[in-house]
Design a protein around this ligand. Structure first.
Ligand SMILES: [Zn+2]
Length: 311
């Protein structure tokens, strides 16, 4: 096979796979609800290299916020996005919701100054047992650890209008927990945030985006008003406020697919949605690795101490 034949074959196979991917996406998930407000899910915003891929550099983040500003979009917190969707304002296509999972210290150092400069608001989800500590709950590929926001920083940002929500106490796959552990993760995280911030905490983000009907029921019973997944199981034209779909932002994102996360009525939204779902599916590998590491450390360590930490 000469090089031309090889290239033509590769292009034909790639186009075929793309078309097949589109057909699968169209029948399984389809286009978003017209009233949906795009919700972006950031993780780390930091200069420090990370192997996981869920980080964004401060330069990229600056470009993203500049883009949102240039397009005249209004970034809102998750609770505001939920309110707007409930009254049908999502149809106006002028809002975007910014969320940050895990509450890393890089948000205070790099993302928040950029948000402040633009006058933007956002929602940050906190792993409450790890406030002010390194992310030992994570697999940390390559041994690179990151510090989480401390209470002083969280309180300062909260007082300036940043919304905080719960990302549970110890960042576990909630579906695997028994009822008592589930209560501890959901109610415990909410309580400690409410104590420190002095305001009601109604927003939740499921670790790894994973949930099931028992988890949704428990989240409602413990007082959450809305909850985020990443790639929920229902079709995109259905909005479940206890399992909201979000578009994750990765280090590999260029502006072309970033705009497809924001303008979800666009022609190529399907490609980024399918990509986000595939990446989130692969996060299952992280859950397995996390649980394996836990076995080698101390299986009972996580739930031995039920008292809230006070770093
Ligand atoms: Zn997380």
């Amino acid at each position: 096979m000469n090089i031309v034949t090889f290239l033509i074959t590769a292009v034909v196979i790639s186009c075929g796979l793309l078309f097949l991917g589109y057909l699968v996406w169209r029948s399984r998930f389809g286009r978003p609800a017209s009233n949906y407000i795009p919700i972006l899910a950031y993780h780390k915003v930091d200069k420090k290299f990370e192997l996981g891929g869920t980080w964004t550099t401060p330069g990229q983040f600056q470009k993203h916020m500049d883009y949102i500003k240039a397009k005249g979009m209004i970034p809102v917190t998750l609770s505001r996005a939920v309110e707007l969707m409930k009254i049908g304002e999502g149809r106006n296509k002028k809002y975007v919701c910014l969320t940050f999972d895990d509450a890393y210290e890089g948000l205070y150092n790099y993302a928040w100054p950029i948000l402040q400069k633009h006058g933007f608001f956002a929602t940050i989800f906190v792993v409450t047992d790890y406030v002010g500590r390194e992310n030992d709950w994570d697999v940390n590929w390559g041994g690179r650890k990151f510090r989480h926001l401390g209470w002083k920083q969280i309180i300062e940002m909260s007082e300036a209008g940043i919304e905080f929500g719960a990302h549970t106490r110890t960042h576990q796959d909630l579906r695997r927990l028994d009822d008592e552990e589930l209560r501890n993760e959901l109610a415990g995280a909410k309580n400690i945030l409410e104590i420190y911030l002095g305001k009601k905490i109604g927003m939740l983000s499921y670790p790894f985006g994973r949930y099931d009907q028992r988890v949704i029921k428990a989240a409602g019973e413990y007082g959450y008003d809305a909850a985020c997944s990443l790639s929920p199981q229902m079709k995109n034209n259905q909005i479940n406020f206890m399992a909201l779909r979000r578009s994750a932002v990765y280090i590999t994102d260029v502006m072309w697919n970033y705009q497809n996360k924001i303008f979800q009525e666009g022609r190529f939204f399907w490609l980024q949605d399918l990509w986000c779902r595939m990446v989130n599916f692969c996060a299952g590998g992280t859950i397995v690795a996390q649980n394996t590491i836990k076995i080698f450390r101390s299986p009972k360590r996580i739930f031995r101490d039920k008292s809230p930490k006070n770093p």
